[in-house]
Ligand binder design. Structure first.
Ligand code: F6R
Length: 614
């Protein structure tokens, strides 16, 4: 949440920073701002999107100049989205400017103390308190700016990634992080700091991922120093990133979400590459094989995640229990971290996260590690915090996911979890050779089957046009498809703002059935062969109350197509693999409904892609 980008070099900083902010905008879009240093410190900031900032700068009398600068795109925490609460914030004397991603938890105490000392504040933010604190400490102890930043951060409780610029030091930028990501990019005579590598990759693929409590000073001549709050110098390795610029563009699609939905045949394939060979009969993951003795002896699996990743984990519960016969608990990371959970050393903990930066998931991992558990990460973003703090793990290799609503990461997480369950089940001798081989073979067919489903886009668009004015929607599924119902409902509510709920189909009669009338669309995932008759009965119950049934069915279905108002056919597949297919029409349905309702599909209101605050 909140995107940060900073530049020091020989070029004009403003165009570079604005270009970087556009790439960071998925992290928050309540306001945007830029600070530039060219003898004077100039600040431009505006409520709204990066485009609003650009329009404001175009119309302003002062041309944005300077070869050192920084920009921020905000997801509001403290203080409403407004011009005055936008970053950068400045010190009382106007010498320092600061941008921040995170939350300063003890800001109120610090603010009171600073007010006592005569400071006055222009915004409602926690961030402004920090820049005043640095000013105060610098003045009180007569410290160089780097030292003042460090000493101030010692007093701060909370999460932060910050960049500080000082009018008196026009050849220096300072960055620091704790629990919020910050990447240092090393180009030719130019240097960058950013929340992730996307604004940097156009200029250099050499980066250093800063660690918690790191403070970095970067001088224009290329000298840089990273040390922690205890003044210990940290020599981090420079990493070479394998990220292509075109991966960050829409590539001819109207929206990132649509591009990412359509990428799924390729991304699912990529997630299984080198990990699955059906003809030779194996599934293996490097991150697991190194620890397979420990993992296969585990008495219990705990899966932790948030949002869509939590839905993947729920499907993981079904997969691991059926295929590997290990009991699984699925935890909301945000609940797990605060309830003194019981963790045994022989638990196998799996943390799932697309971004690898979700604050609650990170905190839950820390707790599990403190209690001696082995933590495995299933992460998309390479080099992210969760990828780095887990004991081992597997990347899902979905490539950058920029649409705020997660789509391709979900299916890639599912394919990786399925491979893990198969590998573990086989290793533990809990799955018959025949069933193992069948699932491996069918897994290889998934990308082509997803392609077939994507061809139904026009039909799905038509269904969207029929139900787009609904105020509520229900999603029902059984077994492996119950978490898909949750995911379908989440996709709809987050981008179209239609209230939607997912339920196990059989639970409907324990309450939600009261909501059903002729205006209520009920999306039923009805592909499960094992509970077919029961699902037919559920659909009959909805029809008897005049609900509008949209059924996801298999191509060979005979009964449901006759009773549903609308149906979408998907190819048949073994039940444990069915979520990989059944979620695709639900993603497209939400996309079209949101678009028809005039919603911003890629940047839904109040949301951000990377939830780095709790
Ligand atoms: C929904 C969505 C969110 C994320 C959640 C966890 O479409 O994107 O619910 O799934 O914020 O994020 P990660 O997976 O990055 O930990």
């Amino acid at each position: 949440m909140c995107g940060i980008v900073a530049y020091i070099g020989k070029k004009e900083a403003y165009p570079l920073i604005v270009d970087g902010l556009r790439k960071m905008e998925y992290r928050g879009y309540d306001s945007a701002g830029v600070a530039l240093l060219d003898q004077e410190l100039s600040i431009y900031k505006k409520k709204g999107k990066v485009q609003d900032l650009e329009n404001f700068v175009l119309n302003s009398k002062i041309k944005p100049t300077g070869t050192i600068g920084m920009g921020h795109t905000r997801w509001a925490t403290h203080g409403e989205p407004s011009d005055r609460n936008s970053h950068p914030h400045t010190s009382g004397n106007g010498d320092l400017a600061l941008i921040h991603n995170g939350i300063i938890e003890n800001y109120a105490t610090l603010k009171d103390a600073l007010i006592e000392l005569g400071h006055t504040f222009k915004s409602d933010t926690d961030t402004e308190v920090l820049v005043h604190l640095i000013e105060e400490i610098q003045k009180k102890y007569d410290l160089p700016i780097e030292e003042a930043v460090k000493k101030s951060l010692e007093k701060v409780v909370g999460a932060y990634a910050i960049v500080v610029m000082d009018k008196k030091n026009p050849d220096l930028i300072i960055g620091a992080r704790n629990s919020s990501p910050l990447v240092f990019g090393l180009g030719e005579d130019e240097f960058f700091l950013a929340s992730d590598a996307s604004p940097i990759i156009k200029y250099t693929n050499k980066v250093i991922y800063l660690e918690d409590e790191d403070v970095i000073s970067i001088h224009r001549n290329g000298e840089y120093k990273i040390s922690n709050l205890q003044n210990k110098t940290n020599n981090h390795q420079i990493k070479e990133l394998d990220l292509k610029l075109e991966e960050l563009e829409k590539g001819g699609f109207d929206h990132f979400m649509l591009k990412e939905i359509y990428q799924q045949p390729a991304t699912i394939e990529q997630s299984m590459k080198g990990r699955l060979n059906a003809s030779e009969g194996w599934a293996i993951l490097g991150g697991m094989s190194q620890h397979i003795n420990r993992i296969s002896k585990s008495k219990r699996i705990i899966m932790m995640a948030c949002g869509t990743s939590w839905h993947s984990a729920l499907i993981g519960e079904y997969l691991f229990e059926e295929i590997a016969r290990i009991p699984v608990e699925v935890e909301y990371a945000s609940e797990f971290r605060y309830r003194n959970p019981i963790i045994y050393e022989d638990d196998f903990i799996i943390a799932l996260s697309q971004s690898g930066e979700t604050a609650d998931t990170l905190a839950a991992i820390e707790i599990a590690k403190e209690k001696g558990a082995f933590v495995y990460g299933i992460v998309n973003v390479v080099g992210s915090s969760i990828a780095r703090i887990t004991d081992s793990g597997s990347y899902i290799h979905a490539g950058p996911e920029i649409g705020v609503a997660s789509t391709k990461a979900f299916t890639s997480q599912l394919s990786v979890i399925t491979l893990m369950a198969l590998y573990l089940g086989h290793e533990r001798g809990k799955i018959s050779e025949g069933y193992y081989r069948q699932l491996l073979n069918e897994l290889e067919t998934v990308p082509r089957k997803v392609e077939q489903i994507l061809k139904k886009n026009d039909h799905i668009k038509y269904i969207a046009s029929e139900i787009k004015n609904a105020s509520n929607a229900l999603y029902l599924g059984r077994g492996y498809n119950f978490p898909v119902a949750l995911e379908g409902a989440l996709k709809l509510k987050e981008i179209s703002y239609i209230h939607a709920e997912g339920y196990p189909a059989a639970e409907m009669k324990h309450g939600p059935i009261a909501l059903i009338d002729m205006y209520m669309p009920v999306v039923v995932i009805a592909t499960n062969k094992s509970a077919y008759e029961k699902i037919v009965s559920n659909i009959q119950e909805v029809k008897a109350r005049k609900g509008i049934v949209i059924a996801i069915i298999n191509e060979d279905d005979t009964m449901i197509r006759e009773i549903a108002d609308f149906f979408i056919e998907i190819p048949a597949i073994a039940e444990p693999l069915s979520p990989l297919l059944s979620v695709i029409p639900l993603q497209l349905l939400s996309y079209h409904i949101a678009l028809m309702r005039g919603c911003n599909v890629d940047q839904p209101r109040n949301l951000a892609k990377s939830v780095t605050v709790e």
